[in-house]
Design a protein around this ligand. Structure first.
Ligand code: PLP
Length: 415
């Protein structure tokens, strides 16, 4: 199939306006193969992946240990009978209980981040008997109806109103605002430890501890959405470990499948899980917890720990931020901030169009990048945690070149 034929199929059968957007960003070649931090097109052009599938690729593409685990399971039994017990599902739940903090002990498995959010919201209602949910402005929790009700960006919400009742939003990082909104009828506060799609916002270190205290005081559950921050991305296996805060429900997806399988998880405490006892089928999913995805999940966690990738994310993150700040110093009129935690890094531009043009410039230099969904002035740098120093230098050089080109272009237009 030629590239033009492929575009036409996307236009005719998938999402016509997305084709225009992706082409505008400069990504006008079909992908064919991928390995580690590199994605290859059908014509053999190699792109350095600094997007990581929106946070999926902590281990890079096709990590051999995850691929081997999935292949072995494929030859045994890919999907579950759904009535017999399955060892892979049980082992992943056990491993999650071991590696998550505090008394998080039980898991419900699903297939995506939004589904994990839905599960968390339903469990919060069930366990508390309350219906009010507080979330944060600019937070991103997915686009299914319940998750969208928690997501804090009007452009995604308004076309689908009315959403699920009982949701309200407070500014992120502001524990006083939460204190003012909190009351004894709140089922849960759902929040990301670092707002990823909101523009890579890292809150002050006392924010989550204060949030935890407020939730406990009012009998509300704390749901930490670690769909994007989980599995080593921020320099710890879970971002909540930076502050020692233990949530009542921890939500995972994206990197949990090791970059090979889709899987999501709601991990909760015995106290929350008690509410499911009267009826084990209150919440369920046909594909959730399938052995193929769980084999990938086990391999993903074991590999992340065995290869020291949390520590690597912390070191490489610091290195990248330092180098990106040097680019900021060179172009202060274009870049207003560089921030992040581990390898979840945001480069904030002074104007959305500058970010857009820079993404296209990165594409020309064969680097994959994108802006954050709720904050188009911010380009996220979210490469696999296995990125090498040489690849980090390549990314920084490409960004520098792309920003220089953008500023020349803007200068020409202004003249
Ligand atoms: N929660 C967070 C923090 C996310 O970043 C995302 C996706 O970007 C989601 C939930 C939704 O995940 P999914 O796209 O798998 O439904």
């Amino acid at each position: 199939m030629t590239t033009d034929q492929l575009f036409e199929l996307y236009e005719r059968h998938l999402n016509p306006s997305l084709v225009a957007l992706v082409k505008f960003m400069g990504f006008n070649a079909p992908e064919a193969t991928a390995e580690g931090c590199v994605v290859r097109t059908t014509e053999g052009t190699e792109y350095l992946d600094c997007l990581g599938g929106f946070g999926v690729m902590c281990l890079g593409h096709r990590h051999p240990k995850v691929v081997a685990a999935v292949k072995a399971q494929l030859d045994r039994m890919p999907l579950s009978s759904r009535v017999l017990f399955n060892e892979q599902t049980a082992r992943l739940a056990q491993l999650l209980a071991e590696v998550t903090p505090g008394d998080l002990q039980f898991s419900f498995f699903c297939n995506s981040g939004a589904e994990a959010v839905e599960g968390g919201l339903k469990l919060a209602r069930l366990a508390t008997g309350r219906t009010r949910i507080i979330s944060t402005e600019n937070g991103f929790h997915g686009k299914t109806l319940g998750a969208l009700s928690a997501t804090g960006r009007e452009v995604f919400r308004a076309p689908f109103a009315p959403l699920v009742p009982g949701f309200s939003h407070v500014p992120f990082g502001d524990a006083d605002a939460l204190a003012a909104a909190m009351s004894d009828d709140v089922a849960a506060f759902i929040v990301e430890p670092v707002q990823a799609e909101g523009g890579v916002r890292v809150p002050a270190s006392d924010y989550l501890p204060r949030v935890r205290e407020l939730c406990t005081r009012h009998g509300a559950l704390l749901i930490l959405d670690e769909v994007q921050t989980g599995l080593g991305r921020t320099g710890k296996l879970f971002a909540c470990e930076h502050t020692g805060v233990v949530p009542d429900l921890l939500l995972l997806a994206k990197a949990l499948g090791g970059g090979v399988m889709p899987i999501g998880a709601v991990v909760g405490t015995p106290a929350v899980w008690k509410s499911l006892e009267p009826n084990p089928l209150l919440h369920s999913s046909t594909f959730g917890g399938n052995p193929l995805a769980c084999a990938a999940g086990i391999a993903a966690i074991e590999t992340t720990l065995a290869e020291g990738l949390c520590e690597r994310a912390a070191t490489m993150g610091e290195l990248l931020v330092t180098k990106l700040r040097a680019v900021q110093a060179e172009f202060p009129q274009a870049i207003s901030d560089v921030r992040g935690q581990g390898l979840l890094i945001g480069v904030e531009f002074t104007h959305e169009d500058l970010a857009g043009l820079t993404i296209a410039g990165l594409a020309q230099r064969h680097v994959l990048a994108a802006y954050t969904l709720n904050q188009p002035t911010v380009i996220r740098i979210e490469p696999p945690l296995i990125i090498t120093e040489a690849q980090a230098d390549q990314a920084v050089a490409a960004l520098r070149g792309a920003v220089a080109q953008t500023m020349e272009l803007v200068g020409d237009i202004e003249e």
